[in-house]
Ligand binder design. Structure first.
Ligand code: GLU
Length: 419
């Protein structure tokens, strides 16, 4: 699933430029948002279990704090680069604005293959990285969260390291923590659950019945496996799933419950055997005729080399930036509707925001309240995007950017320029 040779930050800015042209946005605002506020590069040295020293490259980027403290995940992957982190931070600014959360956008990352480290090495890496970026994070500065390659345990180590340095327990420094130390119920599945709410709203508009639909999913991790479960529970036939080590296909539909159990036992999808199942490649997956394609892995997966092969009605973007601008054009010509990342996968940051609010207030909500409030926020954003797209004949992506950037532009205007 390697990314093409596309500069991720340039490609992110292109999406803003398309929206900016649409509303004749002041070029000063475009220039302002085409840069990140600050970026920190850190070397993260750790002692390997065998006594050797190894140094990893780490990053933390604030794209914008104009609407509130920065917010965004931390990615551990061998593909992480400064431009990727900048692009992902940029996306967070528009995602939080689209949902009207009082937050900005940021992202961090370490260029590391987590599979090559022991759990103790990962802990040392995370704690040292936290110490290196400590002045850039904090509940009223920038609040990290999980992303690819990181999880609740990673957040617990960050929270502990930060708290030890500050001399008191500060749960609000990160979201996506374990529930026992100030995490929120519903956070771990929030991205996939939010995607399902958005998909249902879209299907209602188009008069599609989930029960008659089929889907393929790229990615079966924190996002892909949750949306797969929701789709499966609502009668959608999932005919293909791909993960980084390989994928499987069955025209009869895959049993998601059985696959989730298989994965929980540390198996790979491609090794799951059943009569009707055959192995497939990434190319096969995207070319599979179906109703819904769900990219839930990484960037640029739907691009100019495969967009023409897609044979579906909807794309539900679980990953950040899975579709290139060139692919967007091809999809529009084919009348395939892409539900854009900053809307489709925004349930994660939405419940992160609830976690942050709960930590600050030291008062915790139940799952029903979390899901209801998430649904309200996501559906409001969906209806705004859908209505604007229909009124102005825009793609959903451009409409989402128009709404998000208009709020940011207003905040820039109101705050004025220091000094
Ligand atoms: N990493 C997730 C995203 O890309 C969540 C970020 C957050 O919760 O702050 O949206």
């Amino acid at each position: 699933m390697s990314s093409l040779d596309i500069n991720p930050f340039k490609s992110a800015k292109k999406k803003l430029n398309i929206a900016a042209e649409e509303i004749n946005l002041d070029q000063n605002i475009v220039n302002y948002l085409s840069r990140v506020e600050r970026a920190l590069l850190v070397s993260v040295p750790i002692k390997r279990d065998n006594g050797d020293l190894e140094i990893f490259q780490g990053y933390r980027v604030h794209h914008s704090t104009i609407r509130g403290p920065a917010k965004g995940g931390i990615r551990y992957s061998p593909e992480v680069t400064l431009d990727e982190v900048k692009a992902l931070a940029f996306l967070m600014t528009f995602k939080t604005s689209l949902l009207e959360l009082p937050l900005g956008g940021s992202k961090g990352g370490i260029r590391v293959d987590t599979k090559s480290l022991s759990i103790n090495e990962l802990e040392r890496l995370t704690r040292r990285y936290t110490a290196e970026i400590i002045n850039m994070i904090g509940p009223d500065i920038d609040i990290p969260a999980p992303d690819m390659g990181t999880d609740a345990q990673t957040m617990a180590w960050i929270m502990d390291t930060y708290s030890m340095q500050k001399g008191r327990t500060i749960p609000g420094v990160v979201t996506g923590k374990p529930i026992e130390i100030g995490g929120s119920v519903g956070r771990s599945g929030a991205t996939g659950t939010g995607m399902f709410y958005i998909l249902k709203a879209m299907c209602n508009k188009l008069d599609y019945r989930l029960k008659n639909m089929s889907a393929v999913i790229q990615g079966f991790g924190k996002v892909g496996s949750i949306i797969a479960k929701h789709l499966y529970d609502h009668g959608v036939k999932i005919i293909g799933i791909m993960e980084s080590t390989g994928g499987i296909y069955s025209s009869n539909g895959l049993n998601i419950e059985a696959l989730r159990k298989w994965k929980a036992q540390n198996n790979e999808l491609k090794d799951y055997k059943e009569n009707s199942i055959k192995q497939i490649t990434n190319e096969d997956l995207f070319a599979t005729p179906c109703d819904i394609v769900v990219p839930a892995a990484t960037e640029n997966q739907i691009n100019s080399s495969n967009a023409a092969d897609l044979d579906c009605k909807l794309i539900l973007e679980g990953a950040n930036s899975p579709t290139t601008s060139k692919a967007d054009k091809i999809l529009e010509e084919k009348d395939i509707i892409a539900i854009p990342d900053i809307l489709a996968n925004s349930g994660g940051v939405c419940v992160s925001y609830f976690e942050y609010v709960q930590d600050i207030n030291a008062y915790f909500w139940n799952l029903e309240r979390i899901n209801n409030e998430m649904r309200n926020i996501l559906l409001k954003a969906f209806h705004e995007v859908y209505t604007l797209a229909a009124e102005r004949e825009l793609s959903l992506r451009t409409a989402a950017y128009v709404i998000a950037v208009s709020r940011i532009a207003k905040a820039i205007e109101l705050r004025g320029l220091f000094p």
